[in-house]
Design a protein around this ligand. Structure first.
Ligand SMILES: Nc1ncnc2c1ncn2[C@@H]1O[C@H](COP(=O)(O)OP(=O)(O)OP(=O)(O)O)[C@@H](O)[C@H]1O
Length: 266
């Protein structure tokens, strides 16, 4: 599908990446990728471990400077116009660092003020987000005492507080129990239904298949396929199968060399 067709479908793209490169010493993490993600979609960035997903999301969101290439979000260049971009995006990065000595409620108040949201509005939105994300009971507890799932949820609340146009989430469901995952999912579905865009990375194919309507498949620093979910899945019975074919992992044996492994002889 051409870029023109994509833009025609949903107006201005949420994200436009051109010729993006990142190298760490000898290791090429991201190898000159081009990507156009339409607005108003639930986009999944999928790929095996080490594919370059986190590096790509970090460069797209202005956390890591690319060696080459450009990124535009909602028409603004991430590196030339960072303030305009930061006002329009929310980010839940991998290994999120939070202010551990604030309570959940204080963290949201602080984030809201930093984002320039008026105080009364911050309080209202924080109360609603804490409630919807089932954190109301823990709002006065210090973040340092939060569980992994609670940290993801308070990070998500902080990323949503200023009502961004585009939300980027790196592995948002990792370490999250099924009930919390369902809650997060509900919030994200509601957010995209109103025309906002979610871009999240994951290697859990079932999750991506059930949530996303647009997919980009990454392997070894390159985009192997991208487009509407049905188009990327093609004739394959599931996204998992399509993914295995795309990344060339279909023939890998499940451990024929591990003949010593298992019960019996030591
Ligand atoms: N700071 C760094 N220094 C050196 N190499 C790095 C650094 N960050 C990433 N890499 C390398 O770049 C490649 C891509 O890593 P990245 O974390 O982007 O992959 P990923 O798709 O997010 O993987 P995962 O699903 O395992 O989180 C890997 O080979 C990784 O070892």
């Amino acid at each position: 599908m051409s870029e023109g067709e994509r833009e025609g479908e949903a107006g201005r793209p949420a994200v436009r990446v051109h010729g993006l490169w990142k190298r760490f010493g000898e290791q090429i993490a991201v190898s000159g990728i081009d990507l156009v993600l339409p607005a108003g979609r639930f986009v999944g960035l999928v790929g095996p471990n080490g594919a370059g997903k986190t590096t790509t999301l970090s460069m797209i969101t202005g956390l890591l400077r690319p060696d080459q290439g450009t990124v535009e979000i909602a028409g603004h260049d991430v590196w030339r116009d960072p303030a305009a971009v930061k006002a329009r995006i929310g980010v839940l990065p991998e290994g999120l660092r939070l202010f551990e000595r604030l309570s959940g409620r204080e963290l949201l108040s602080y984030t809201g003020r930093l984002r320039g949201v008026p105080g009364a509005e911050v309080d209202k939105r924080a109360t609603q987000l804490l409630d919807v994300l089932d954190l109301a009971g823990a709002q006065h507890k210090l973040v340092v005492d939060y569980s992994t799932g609670m940290r993801k949820k308070i990070g998500l609340a902080a990323a949503l507080l200023h009502n961004p146009e585009v939300l980027f989430l790196d592995e948002p469901f990792e370490g999250v129990d099924p009930v919390s995952a369902q809650t997060i999912r509900g919030v994200l579905e509601r957010y995209t239904a109103s025309g906002a865009t979610v871009v999240f990375s994951s290697h859990v194919m079932e999750l991506v298949e059930s949530l996303c309507d647009w997919v980009a498949v990454m392997a070894a620093g390159r985009i192997r396929a991208d487009g509407p979910l049905a188009e990327v899945r093609g004739e394959a019975p599931s996204l998992q199968e399509a993914f295995l074919q795309l990344v060339g992992a279909g023939g890998r044996s499940a451990g024929t060399d591990l003949d010593w492994l298992g019960g019996g002889g030591r």
